[in-house]
Design a protein around this ligand. Structure first.
Ligand code: FA5
Length: 338
């Protein structure tokens, strides 16, 4: 029987034929099955019964093994046939798969988060739809204050607004985490502004807040210098000019000496040798009070850099409108991994 089975299996060319062979031997009326069924065991001696039974079992398992072997061979054969018919050539190099890339603002954001986390800052995000209270009032900007006009606001019908700056997170964070606090808040901000090469109605800022005992302007400068040297991968020269924001006292504009011309004057820095980069200052005592922090005991600094502007400087992007242009040629120039 086994010899015959081997011949039948060799002849089988596809799984349909193989199935027929299986039925012929092991099916309900198959050769091996009938052999077992048609034997009249009662006429055999116990000795004969055992030996016949054993041989029958061996025959059956050997048949099953041969069938499995043939099944594997036929499966490989069929795969090969599909490949040939479909025209697949496995020796060809694979098709170049297009990879996306990381948006330049996300790249700068991830880099800054890493640097600040290294200095012990936690990363918080806050809300894009914000209450007037956190965006203005709690930052010492009362309703009739002219500073509200500095930031043209998108108001929602329910009285809430799209946050005009990430400073809206300051009092929220003080309320939630208390002091001492070191946190940064990267995120999207919105202003109802006319769009040009350096202004968007939707842009990114990265806010920082550090509150502890005995914090002074020296700490602010040290953190800013560390940050900028790491971002631009070289020593940078900074200067502070007075700047006004109701939520800091004193307030500053931090300028970086132009990295293109080294301070001599070029078109990037409009011949001034300096680039205005980070508004900052010491947290106003009233803001600490809104955050339920005692200004007699604690002090702190805050800064609010334009993440979008930083990305433009770092990568030499000439027009802010490119960020949201959807132009794949722009995005493709940035790496696919951070
Ligand atoms: C502020 O928004 C303050 N909240 C910053 C601050 C934080 C001061 C903490 C003190 C302490 P300002 O309006 O200057 O400040 O905006 C900060 C930065 O956001 C700007 O330097 C600029 O880089 C960016 N920015 C502002 N408006 C736009 C805009 N329309 N498009 C792109 N970037 C903008």
């Amino acid at each position: 029987i086994l010899q015959q089975l081997r011949q039948d299996l060799d002849a089988a060319q596809d799984s349909k034929q193989l199935e027929q062979v299986r039925i012929k031997y092991l099916g309900r009326k198959g050769l091996i099955t009938t052999l077992a069924k048609s034997t009249d065991f009662s006429r055999l001696s116990p000795e004969e019964k055992r030996s016949f039974g054993q041989r029958l079992n061996t025959l059956k398992s050997e048949a099953e093994r041969l069938l499995a072997e043939a099944a594997a061979r036929i499966q490989a054969l069929e795969k090969d046939r599909v490949r040939r018919i479909a025209g697949l050539d496995l020796s060809l190099p694979s098709i170049d798969r297009r990879m996306g890339s990381i948006h330049p603002i996300a790249l700068v954001q991830m880099e800054l988060e890493e640097i600040f986390q290294g200095m012990g800052f936690r990363v918080l995000t806050g809300y894009e739809v914000e209450l007037e209270y956190y965006n203005f009032d709690a930052l010492n900007i009362p309703p009739d204050h002219p500073a509200r006009d500095m930031q043209d606001t998108f108001w929602l019908e329910n009285g809430m607004l799209l946050r005009t700056h990430t400073s809206a997170n300051q009092v929220r964070a003080l309320e939630t985490y208390g002091v001492p606090l070191r946190a940064i808040f990267p995120g999207r901000c919105f202003r109802n502004e006319a769009i040009d090469a350096s202004h968007e109605n939707t842009f990114y800022q990265l806010e920082g807040l550090l509150v502890d005992r005995d914090i002074s302007v020296a700490h602010l400068i040290a953190v800013m210098k560390t940050l900028l040297s790491q971002v631009f991968r070289r020593e940078v020269t900074v200067r502070l000019r007075p700047g006004f924001f109701p939520f800091v006292e004193p307030g500053f504009e931090l300028d970086v000496q132009c990295l293109i011309c080294g301070g001599k004057g070029c078109s990037t820095c409009k011949q001034t040798g300096w680039i205005e980069l980070i508004p900052c200052g010491l947290v106003h005592p009233k803001v600490l009070e809104y955050g339920r922090v005692d200004p007699q005991v604690y002090s702190g600094f805050a800064f609010g850099m334009g993440l979008t502007r930083l990305a433009m400087m770092k990568y030499g992007i000439p027009d802010i409108r490119l960020f949201n242009s959807g132009d794949i040629r722009f995005y493709e120039q940035f790496p696919a991994a951070f």
